[in-house]
Each structure stands twice: as structure tokens, then as C-alpha cells.
Design a protein around this ligand. Sequence first.
Ligand SMILES: Cc1ncc(COP(=O)(O)O)c(C=O)c1O
Length: 354
Amino acid sequence: MTSAPPSHGGDRVWAAALARCQDNELLDFSASISPFGPSAGVVQAIQQALPRLPHYPDPQYRVLRQALGTALGLAPDWLLPGNGSAELLTLAARMLGDCSEVILVTPAFGDYFRALTGAGVPIRRLVWDVFQPFPWEKLKELGDGRRGLILNNPHNPTGALLPRREILPLLERFAWVVADEAFMDFLPPPEQESLLPELPNFPNLIVLRSLTKFHALAGLRLGFAGAAPQVLTQWQNWRDPWPVGVLAEAAALAAIEDQAFAQKIWRWLPPARGELEQGLNALPGLKPLPGAVNFLLVASAVPVPPLQEALLKNHRILIRDCLSFPELGDRFFRVAVRTPAENQRLLAALGECL
Ligand SMILES: Cc1ncc(COP(=O)(O)O)c(C=O)c1O
């Protein structure tokens, strides 16, 4: 195996080799995952599900779909669990195969390119200068009824929250719209701009959600899609049976119920992000962009790769360089918001390295 620089955050094996330590000794700001999870309730649910290991999960995931539906105010057949939202993105890309091309506003999450290329779907980039407003007008012009669109809301890597009122007119103009809402849970419900409630109004809408970030279950793999029942039935015919194991199923049920955990995240995030943003702003040559969720994109006056290397070698701290986003290049990095003490460690280390 080569040890090429990673194209996702959270490549702990690569980072640990560079930092000459075990991966559990790293302080990982590169993957935007809640520092508090998984919750005790989720861990307990996984433990209690261990006796179910000899059995296959329900191939229809009836109990989980019912629980998701109750939590989200949708009928269960509009929702489908998956092996992380990445699995569901692969299926969504295949669904977009009848589009003339699919528009990606870039910089964009790299996995969209993987999924669309794998499905043989032509991609058109609409480049967004992240210091400028989101290109809504350009998107409207591109909507010709035959193209598809993948939107990421809140947007990774900028953290921008896109208003639902701007997205809704696009649903009339594109053959398919996929809304990747992997980070939406980090906003309390009144502040969310989710398109899930719009599903019954738009048969061409697909919403992807992840439980791996908010509930810190990246290693378990867990997400769900919202779409019209005929779309989801098609996906079940395409994919392997049982992509969500019994442990992930049990974890999902517990996670959906855990309101106390959600409240804790919503209380922690705004002040922790505010402090981190202020601290980054106070460092020479760094300019964080305003972000709505649990990570910040930071413009850097100095090239990031040597900074990333110094943080790893001297402090065992991993930040996400943005080399895999060609529009951003080597003068941006992304950091997750972690606990106040960990954020201070990052700021102190950055102060030393800069
Ligand atoms: C924007 C975005 N969508 C989807 C995913 C994939 O998440 P999951 O772990 O649910 O497959 C990620 C993971 O980094 C992401 O950043």
C-alpha cells in the first residue's frame, strides 16, 4: 500500500505514520465529527444488540424506517437506511444517469466525483469563489430540465448554510436535485434548512443524511436517504441486501431517540465555534470563513502543507489540507470544532508553527 496524501479528512493511518505515533495519540481536526459521541445510550444499544449477531437484519428495515418516519414526520417508505450516506450517494448517482450532465458547485465534497464518474454521468463544475455569494443566478440559468444538480447543505468545505427558499425554485428547473445534508443535524431544528419536508412535493428530489458526524459513528457507517418510494424501491433492487448490520440498526434507533445528546451538541457548538473562529482570526495570516456547523474553512497566507506537517510532527495535531479541492489549492485548510480545551491546543500549536 502506498501512503499518498489523503483525499478525505480523517486519514489517521497516513497522519500517524508522519507524526510517528499511534493513531489514537492524534488530535484529529481533519474529520468533522462530533467530539462527544457516540453517546452512552448508543453504545449501550450496540452492546444490547450483540446477541442478534447470528441473525440477518430485516432486509426492509421496517422498524428503523418507522422510527425515522416518526421522528421526521414522513411515511416510512419515503426513507431508506444505508451503509453511510456514501452508499446512498452511489445509488443517487446511478439514478442521475439519465441526466444530460450533473452540475456540481465547486469546491465540492470529493465523493460526488467518485460517485458520478462511477455511474458514467458527465459532470459540469460551476466554480464558486468562496469569498463571494453563492452562485444562485448561475444555477438557475443552468437548469434546463435535463441536467441534474447535487447541492451540499450545509456546504462542505465552507460551512455555508444555503436557504431553502433559494433551493426550491431550482427543483422546478433540474431533472433531479440531490441535497446532501450530512451536516444539517448540527443546527437545532428551527435553524435547519432541510428539504426533507419538501419530499412529497417533488418526485425529483433526493435528500441524503448521515448519522456518522453528529453521532460520531463514522466507523459504524450509517446514513439514510429520503426520496419517493419508487426511487427507494429501485435502489433496493440495485444494491446488495443487508447493507446496514444489526449493530448499526440498533445504534440508529438509539441515536434518533437521544434528545439529551442532541441538546448537548446544540449548546456546545455555537460558543465553541465562535471562540475558535476568534482565535484563528487573531493568528497572523489566518482568515476563517463564517461557518454554520462543526467545522471552519480557513484561508492561510502561508502554504498549508508545511504547516500541516509541522502540526503533525511537533504536536500530533491533524488538520485537513484542501489540496483535493483544486479551486482552493494550498492556501486553505479546514478544521473541525472540538471541545474548548482541544480547540485551545490547536490555537496554541498553530501560533507556534506560524
Ligand atoms: C458533505 C459530505 N457528505 C457525505 C459524507 C459521507 O458521510 P457518511 O459517513 O455518512 O458516508 C461526508 C463525509 O465526510 C461529507 O463530508
